[in-house]
Design a protein around this ligand. Structure first.
Ligand SMILES: CC(C)(COP(=O)(O)OP(=O)(O)OC[C@H]1O[C@@H](n2cnc3c(N)ncnc32)[C@H](O)[C@@H]1OP(=O)(O)O)[C@@H](O)C(=O)NCCC(=O)NCCS
Length: 159
């Protein structure tokens, strides 16, 4: 698991991507609100990992929350965080399995990175990447050499 770098200066606008998932799938991509934290935690626990629950909790506890969610019919179907474990880092993010491939991940990723750029970041780091090709394709992320091990080392056992 290595880290990737995203140059934010030429990031495309999130608005057309957000509009597209709304029009095609009835999915709303918007900032998470602090009073939704318990719902986000439960959803991430059911769909992903307890570690991501912890990271998302930190992200939502920033003011304003450093987290976007995707919702459909008033239910969470995706999320994306930044500044969760290290400043300037984007992630974790995830989309409900049966809704993948509809552009929701792309909209969440670009919306989150756009917010980071607005906050003054010139680059974002995707830490401990899983789907590197997704990040390469959607935002032109490049591999950071010798970035393993990164911030995710000495991982504690859950048991
Ligand atoms: C990675 C993830 C967030 C992508 O979300 P998604 O909603 O399926 O992605 P999108 O539909 O917006 O895909 C946008 C483009 O990226 C491509 N893509 C999506 N996932 C990809 C992958 N794993 N590898 C390569 N390309 C991928 C799509 O084909 C699409 O390309 P297209 O526009 O040419 O059709 C989702 O698969 C997921 O939740 N995975 C499990 C959690 C995870 O790995 N999170 C990242 C942790 S670092």
């Amino acid at each position: 698991m290595h880290d990737m770098l995203v140059r934010l200066v030429r990031l495309r606008a999130a608005e057309p991507l957000v509009r597209r998932v709304w029009e095609e799938s009835g999915v709303l991509v918007r900032p998470c609100r602090s009073y939704e934290l318990h719902l986000l935690q439960r959803w991430i626990h059911e769909n992903f990992s307890p570690k991501w629950v912890s990271e998302a909790t930190v992200a939502v506890c920033h003011c304003p929350p450093a987290c976007f969610i995707a919702t459909q019919r008033a239910r969470i179907v995706g999320f994306a965080c930044y500044d969760a474990t290290s400043r300037g880092f984007f992630g974790p993010m995830g989309v409900e399995e049966n809704l993948r491939g509809c552009g929701i991940g792309e909209a969440l990723l670009v919306a989150g990175l756009q917010r980071m750029r607005e906050m003054g970041y010139a680059y974002a780091i995707i830490g401990g990447v899983g789907p590197a090709d997704f990040y390469r394709k959607v935002v032109g992320a490049t591999d950071i050499e010798e970035s393993t091990p990164g911030i995710y080392e000495d991982i504690l056992n859950e048991g």
